[in-house]
Design a protein around this ligand. Structure first.
Ligand SMILES: [Zn+2]
Length: 99
């Protein structure tokens, strides 16, 4: 049983050329024409050697009015133990390990 997860991982660059997170999308409104622009992190808009725990800028391009701008984001990575008393977590554990 895991007793503790400790340590503060440093601000560091992920050594991953194409870090995709399936299902993650970032939506931003074009400051010029108000068009909603979607970035699909699980597909073509992956993180490209993005640093973790380091505020960074993502570049957006509006296909409607051709305006370009940057938005600030921060990428965090975490590890957690599974809470045994949570019924939803129990279901996931059962599915993952005891099929
Ligand atoms: Zn626009």
């Amino acid at each position: 049983m895991i007793e503790k997860i400790e340590g503060n991982y440093p601000k560091t660059e992920l050594d991953i050329k194409r870090f995709r997170i399936p299902g993650l999308k970032i939506n931003a409104e074009c400051p010029n024409c108000k068009e909603m622009i979607e970035q699909d992190i699980g597909f073509k808009d992956y993180f490209d050697y993005t640093e973790i725990k380091q505020p960074t800028e993502r570049h957006f391009y509006c296909h409607k009015c051709e305006h370009e701008w940057d938005e600030k984001i921060i990428l965090k990575v975490g590890v957690e133990t599974l809470l045994e008393e949570d019924p939803e977590i129990q279901k996931l554990v059962k599915e993952a390990f005891f099929q």
